[in-house]
Design a binder for this molecule. Sequence first.
Ligand SMILES: Nc1nc2c(ncn2[C@@H]2O[C@H](COP(=O)(O)OP(=O)(O)OP(=O)(O)O)[C@@H](O)[C@H]2O)c(=O)[nH]1
Ligand SMILES: [Mg+2]
Ligand SMILES: [Zn+2]
Length: 474
Amino acid sequence: MESIFNPTEEMKRKFNITDEMLKYADNACLCPYCFGVFKPFTVTFRIAPESVCGAMRYETLMSEEKATAEPYRERRDTQYEEFWKRFPGSEPSDEESRAMVKRPVMHMLLPGHLRGQFVSDNEGFPIGMVDEKGNRSDARVCPHCHNRLPLNFGKYPVKYIALVGITSSGKTVYLSQLFKNLYMNLNDIGYIQVDGIDEVEEFCRANLIRKGKKLPAGNAPDKLTLPVAVTIQNKETREIHTLIFYDIAGENCVNSEQMKKYGPFIVNSDGIIMIVDPSQFPELLDGQEESEEEAAYPGKVIQAMYRAFVAAKSIKGQSDVPMAVALSKSDLLRPYFANRNRNSNIFRNINYKEYGRKGFPYNDYLNITMETRMLLEQERSGKAFVDAVKNGFGKSDFFAFSALNVKPVAKKEEENGSVYYIIEEDPEVLRIEEPFNWILYQLGMLEKVDKNKPEEALDRPKGRGLFRLLKNSK
Ligand SMILES: Nc1nc2c(ncn2[C@@H]2O[C@H](COP(=O)(O)OP(=O)(O)OP(=O)(O)O)[C@@H](O)[C@H]2O)c(=O)[nH]1
Ligand SMILES: [Mg+2]
Ligand SMILES: [Zn+2]
């Protein structure tokens, strides 16, 4: 299979591999589901629906015809089933996905498998194939777990971002609101979304945040929420990245048995947004929150993260994966501040107009990170938490946001008495984009900008070669 990266003229003809396509040949791809490694030419495809020989039709065929039809025969996909067996009830169950799974998987270049020719997009990236019956399929699947890959997956560098935090800390509400506002936020920082708009819409639809509607129910601990892929472009440097977001159920962030299963989604992350609930620091709520259960000790998640990153990867002492520690539900902190500092930045959104150019709003970040950290450090438990974060994660910082800016009201389901929450006013967001912007900044995808120096942008932490070249040539 290796030879394909240096294919003979005959192979190029046979598989329709153009020289233009070969520039993508060495892009390393890490499956967003199973984290198996592959490359754009070793990816597999589900054959086109028109090529599939249905089970009933197959039975009617003569034996010689059966031999020819066999590779195209509808079948069970054991590799796919094996993957989803680990996450009961999480398998995509819509009709389209169920039908798709029956279509045989085609390893284009492996001997003994179906053959076809690659089809590329207008830049030469192989996005599909045409089989020997002449039918085209764009359904690219991971060669290891056979899950459908996001559009263009592997064409651009991929960054994985996991959301972690205890149950009910606000991860799903956060992600839904972040996505809803993504388009505008990206514009504020000089980016544009080029792919994944449907995926983002689907997540927002499935986790609807609207006045008078039920807020999303908590994620079931055993469920794997499907990763959401978003492709974004920096308008200045033209660099494109695919981001993969994971919304991990709270229980799976603290329970060590579950961590074995969900650990890979965390360990393979390039950035972590760790959401902490103010109820984990009761002193911040000035006694207003009448929580029925004791919130998990805040150090519990950080301990689990430490085990996942530092201990599992045998790094001595510290992980350098950027971790944005974000205090959620900041609207609940209003009473606390009303008695102390009325002028906190926590309740003010970033004013991007104050910055002469687009990038990572650095002054805002300095203020908020200092304020949040001081807030947490006021009590001994918060101080211990901040120290634990800093001890395990060299690149970590503190943020505060509200994804609703209204207090949800608890209601009881008439039939079974189970509790759900609704909001009775239109939701607003407060600084939700900041932890996300900070991750982009840490990953070298965003340059910091200063309020006072609009002309001159400061250096990014990890300046990319291309970016430096562009800057120096100005
Ligand atoms: N006051 C306030 N409450 C919020 C906010 N965001 C979420 N909540 C409340 O917190 C609850 C839990 O939020 P989720 O986003 O479902 O929590 P989660 O972290 O995804 O929880 P699991 O899926 O169980 O891990 C919501 O139902 C709301 O009642 C906020 O910004 N302000
Ligand atoms: Mg959730
Ligand atoms: Zn896979």
